[in-house]
Design a protein around this ligand. Structure first.
Ligand code: ZN
Length: 262
């Protein structure tokens, strides 16, 4: 799989990524990532570090997934949902035209992505202080601006962080220039999906949560480990080593045996 943007390392862009195969260890790590940390950028970094086997032929650490661009991180989380078997998710919506309720299936593996622009991850902008180079925002930037409760201050801080090298105070025009330049070059996952109403045919736009799979994996894991350990006397680690389909298969056999016994 290729990232829509990629990681910039030693003068080259690295775009190849590989997910780990789905077993109990991955599901446990994702459940822990979703539950342990308070802010979303940290949870996304934890989840991606657990889920990715390779980024640009390198085993990713926390620093590397934190340094992925926001668009790449959203792309990866949407494709992770699909990798985990959550590809067809039913969203509930209220039609904006007839106000009827309807459900709409969303395939996380197929959400459109705008590819990175020429020059990614950098762009040149002319500010009041002169010509500067800026780079697209990352997960680390998202987390850094969380401490600014005021939205305008967070905007200024994000623009300042994206300047490569030294910078002086930014004017409002500078910030707008930086944002426009970065939007042109940054990859982007679609934030909305067209959902026609089955009753009136009205064209509704539903908002997509790119981080949908956070907190939706591993909820049943402890119950499943308990059943398998009680039945087969396997250790927790042996159970977590099983690919998910094999774990589910054994659980269905236990269920079937119970059905026969009653
Ligand atoms: Zn309608």
């Amino acid at each position: 799989m290729k990232l829509p943007g990629g990681v910039w390392r030693e003068g080259c862009l690295h775009r190849d990524v590989v997910f780990r195969s789905v077993d109990g260890h991955l599901e446990m790590a994702l459940a822990e990532a979703a539950g342990a940390l308070h802010d979303i950028p940290s949870r996304v970094s934890e989840a991606l570090q657990a889920a990715l086997a390779e980024v640009g032929s390198q085993v990713p650490d926390w620093e590397l997934v934190d340094a992925l661009s926001v668009g790449d991180r959203q792309f990866l989380m949407s494709r992770l949902a699909s990798h985990l078997g959550l590809e067809s998710v039913w969203l509930s919506a209220t039609c904006g035209y007839c106000h009827g309720q309807f459900d709409f299936p969303l395939d996380y593996g197929a959400i459109p992505v705008k590819p990175a622009g020429e020059g990614y991850p950098f762009a040149e902008v002319l500010l009041a202080m002169g010509q500067v180079q800026v780079r697209v925002p990352t997960g680390a930037d998202q987390r850094a601006i969380l401490s600014w409760p005021d939205e305008q201050r967070a905007r200024v801080e994000l623009a300042r962080r994206c300047i490569v090298g030294e910078s002086s105070a930014l004017t409002d025009d500078d910030i707008a220039c930086i944002e426009t330049a970065l939007e042109a070059v940054a990859p982007e996952l679609s934030t909305h999906v067209a959902a026609p109403c089955p009753e009136c045919g009205g064209d509704n736009l539903l908002e997509i949560d790119p981080y949908y799979c956070l907190g939706r994996v591993g909820n049943e894991l402890f119950v499943e480990i308990h059943h398998l350990a009680a039945h087969y006397h396997w250790s927790e680690s042996e159970i977590l080593n099983l690919p998910r389909w094999r774990r589910k298969k054994y659980l269905s056999l236990i269920d079937r045996a119970r059905g026969m016994a009653t």
